[in-house]
Design a protein around this ligand. Structure first.
Ligand code: DX5
Ligand code: ZN
Length: 221
């Protein structure tokens, strides 16, 4: 399976969104973090900004919804044209119904787990998903340190996906850089979100390429 690189634009120069996204045109997706100040203690942007990014048509949008009441608000992101919509397991009352609604709009569907959320209760849901996101920081902010303690969860998730013979992608998000991407790839992740590592680099395009090469070298499934 190929490596997928999805840089987070959360901490890019947001007054110049289009040119910032053009810098990472060699990535597979633009990872767009939606925060509502309730599910996480930070507010980023909502549907109108995501729609504007989609209209620019530079990269497919990988929306990461850190919002409460995902059942109510997530389907609109799929309808708007996001290529992938990820809701949090902790914020969904009916994750299977929600996953089906998102897919019915033609988007891929992802489900995210906060660091303290165990994967065990969700193993039987994997067949409803295109992607599982194991958070490697507490969601809410870019620039935090990678939680190596999440690698057990990544390994368990990869095992469960393989055991069920599924094609579910396994995303990690938070503190991913040239060092930590190796650990996450070895644990079984294949979709990598990196925010500050890409946008703080002198050359974001080159950093995407470097991360892709390192991950390709260490991918383990
Ligand atoms: C954190 C967001 C991440 C964040 C990643 O809640 O979900 O996508 O922007 O940023 P870095 O790579 O700096 O941890
Ligand atoms: Zn994210």
């Amino acid at each position: 399976m190929a490596v997928t690189i999805s840089p987070s634009i959360l901490n890019c120069d947001i007054a110049n969104l289009a040119s910032e996204i053009k810098k990472i045109r060699n990535a597979d997706y633009a990872h767009v973090d939606v925060m509502d100040n309730h599910f996480v203690p930070n507010l980023s942007w909502g549907l109108p900004v995501v729609e504007a990014v989609i209209r620019e048509n530079i990269l497919p949008v990988d929306a990461h919804l850190m919002i409460e009441d995902a059942d109510r608000y997530a389907p609109a992101y799929a309808e708007a044209g996001c290529a992938s919509v990820t809701f949090h397991a902790e914020a969904a009352i009916a994750p299977i119904r929600l996953a089906r609604e998102i897919r019915a709009q033609g988007a891929k569907v992802g489900m995210a787990l906060r660091p303290a959320t165990d994967i065990t209760p969700y193993i039987d849901l994997l067949s409803e998903l295109d992607m599982l996101l194991v958070m490697t920081v507490e969601p809410g902010f870019g620039g935090q340190a990678f939680l190596e303690s999440m690698m057990g969860k990544v390994r368990r998730a990869r095992k469960a996906i393989s055991a069920a013979n599924l094609q579910v992608a396994l995303q990690v998000d938070g503190g991913i850089n040239r060092e930590t991407i190796t650990k996450a790839a070895e644990a079984g992740a294949d979709v990598f979100v990196a925010g500050s590592a890409v946008y703080k680099a002198d050359d974001a395009f080159n950093e995407v390429e470097q991360l892709r090469q390192i991950a390709n070298h260490h991918i383990n499934h």
